[in-house]
Write a protein that binds this ligand. Structure first.
Ligand code: GDP
Length: 294
């Protein structure tokens, strides 16, 4: 399947091969852009507003001297895509107190447990003392999965396969790890329950009792714009400030997932780019778009 990068490069080459860039030619460019974004599952409303803004800016804004029309249009395209994916700044998860407790939420299969290990590895490499807590008491196997990932990363782990109560487990985990001098505690939570309502109840209670310093929602890039609904459901349960989009590797729908969360209040901080512990990249909208446009 044609990736977002390939189709956006098609848009750029259409701009480059245009002759006049009059309204007819710009419309053709915009239509190709819309096709590219819709195929990546970007929300229709967002696609239309980006298109309108690009056209308006191109025809109405005074253009900087010394640039050709083509260069100006590519520049506007670049800036508007950056905006669509979260804007200029590079968001960051800062370890601003000790222990800094980070709670990870997300639906089962999104890549949450793997992502916890990746983030542990990332901050460990930055020199922090990191520990992980397996507070998914619902899914059999979650304990063992995180335990072995933690071992691979080389960070302390807390879990208890006998414990059924996620809240008391998480609280105990935080206590045990902070007594060990751990600076950053990553808490993996359940992604499935009896039903979605029970799941949201559990994460809500965890949020209230554990009082995390940050909450990270993990979503799956292959789900495209459908992640917007998940983000809203979790946002109702607790305010999360950060998102990690896992499985961006080889996902044609990654653009949709990214824009779905970038248009919410939360910031995308990392993207997952593979199954290995190292496959985690800081998300920087500018760099990301620059790479997309080739
Ligand atoms: P959880 O149920 O949300 O905890 O999900 P897991 O962490 O168990 O991940 C589900 C599957 O997705 C596993 O097979 C992971 O190896 C895979 N996975 C997680 N992150 C990524 C990623 O960034 N890229 C790819 N290709 N696979 C991933």
């Amino acid at each position: 399947m044609e990736s977002l990068k390939e189709s956006l490069m098609g848009v750029v080459s259409r701009i480059r091969s245009s002759v006049l860039l009059d309204s007819r030619e710009v419309d053709l460019v915009i239509r190709e852009l819309q096709r590219a974004l819709l195929k990546a599952d970007v929300d229709v409303g967002l696609v239309l507003s980006v298109s309108e803004r690009i056209k308006k800016r191109f025809f109405e804004e005074e253009q900087p001297p010394g640039f050709s029309k083509k260069e100006v249009l590519v520049k506007i395209l670049y800036e508007e895509l950056v905006n669509l994916l979260g804007g200029e700044e590079t968001p960051e998860l800062k370890v601003s107190s000790t222990p800094f407790k980070v709670m990870f939420v997300g639906l089962e299969g999104s890549g949450k447990t793997t992502t916890v290990a990746k983030v542990a590895n990332y901050y460990k490499r930055k020199g922090y003392r990191v520990g992980v807590v397996a507070a998914d008491t619902y899914r059999p196997g979650a304990y063992e999965q995180l335990r072995s990932l933690a071992e691979k990363v080389g960070v302390p782990f807390y879990g208890d396969p006998q414990e059924r109560d996620a809240v008391s487990l998480a609280l105990r985990g935080v206590k045990v790890l902070s007594d060990k001098g751990i600076q950053m505690i990553l808490i993996d939570t359940a992604g499935r329950h009896k039903d979605e309502e029970a799941l949201m109840e559990e994460v809500k209670t965890l949020y209230r009792e554990v009082k995390p310093d940050a909450v990270v929602l993990v979503v799956d890039a292959t789900q495209g714009s459908a992640v917007a609904r998940q983000a809203r459901a979790f946002q109702e349960a607790m305010p999360f400030g950060y998102v990690i989009v896992a499985k961006m590797d080889g996902s044609a729908k990654g653009g949709g997932a990214l824009s779905a969360v970038a248009s919410s209040k939360a910031r995308v901080i990392f993207i997952g780019t593979g199954e290995k512990i190292e496959d985690l990249e800081e998300f920087n909208p500018k760099k990301f778009v620059a790479r997309l446009l080739g």
